[in-house]
Design a protein around this ligand. Structure first.
Ligand SMILES: Cc1cc2nc3c(=O)[nH]c(=O)nc-3n(C[C@H](O)[C@H](O)[C@H](O)COP(=O)(O)O)c2cc1C
Length: 229
């Protein structure tokens, strides 16, 4: 099966989705497509290099025109058997639900439905309260703002910088995690679990998405297997 896998800028479900896609990549042809935010967030979670082991081709929103150029034609020509949007941000869910197609992923969803290509969506915002993992974080209460900050010195991407305390520019971080052990006050963490409260509008949008023609909503990573049926 040839699957166009669209990755949006969501941290929730991200690592497990990558594991699932890796598992099915030997039996299926996967083409990865990143939204602009998707590319940023995947790097923050240290997963970008993994994409080479999963997909036969990578498409990036930032390298494409607003219309999605050849992707739309490929959908019409039935080059892909299925489209998977996983994980799918509340932003992209809202766009799809309200018929907006002004980003590459929302455009792919709209065009796939028009071309009768089934679209599977794994939205992140499906429960009122969720535990999610954040990328690299510096605990400002633990940071002592040392005059010589070793983590800052060893970061190959210059992602750490000094402000009121040592801070991280998460857009520069690719989760190499070299810095973590270098802080003797354990101020740096990766994958810390936090509790978040999902907005009502985002929960309602997922319900609306479930009622849309041509779309199958998947509510948990374990159910991604329904993609293969
Ligand atoms: C580290 C990080 C994790 C994020 N995780 C989520 C998420 O799980 N779900 C979500 O709806 N948005 C999440 N966002 C916010 C989206 O990236 C943001 O809304 C972005 O505009 C989505 O664009 P896209 O839908 O075109 O990919 C996250 C942002 C960051 C920086």
């Amino acid at each position: 099966m040839r699957i166009l896998w669209c990755i949006t800028g969501a941290g929730h479900f991200l690592t497990d989705t990558f594991k699932f896609m890796k598992n099915i990549s030997e039996e299926n042809e996967i083409i990865a497509l990143f939204s602009n935010a998707g590319l940023e967030v995947v790097r923050m979670y240290g997963l970008y290099d993994e994409i080479e082991n999963i997909s036969i081709n990578v498409i990036k929103e930032r390298e494409r025109g607003y219309s999605g150029d050849i992707i739309v034609g490929r959908l019409a020509m039935k080059e892909y058997d299925k489209v998977l949007i996983a994980p799918c941000t509340a932003n992209t869910v809202a766009k799809i639900v309200y018929g907006i197609a002004d980003s590459l992923v929302s455009n792919v969803a709209a065009q796939a439905i028009k071309c009768n290509v089934p679209v599977f969506v794994l939205p992140t915002d499906v429960e009122r309260e969720q535990i999610t993992e954040i990328p690299l974080n510096i605990n400002s209460k633990k940071c002592r703002n040392c005059s010589k900050c070793i983590p800052m010195e060893v970061c190959p991407n210059y992602a750490l910088y000094r402000s009121d305390k040592i801070r991280v520019n998460i857009l520069k971080c690719n989760a190499c995690l070299i810095c973590i052990d270098k802080c003797k006050y354990n101020a740096i963490s990766f994958g810390e679990k936090i509790k978040i409260r999902i907005r009502s509008i985002d929960l309602r949008n997922v319900e609306k998405l479930e009622g849309m023609e041509g779309i199958k909503v998947i509510r948990k990573v374990d159910d991604l297997v329904s993609l293969l049926i």
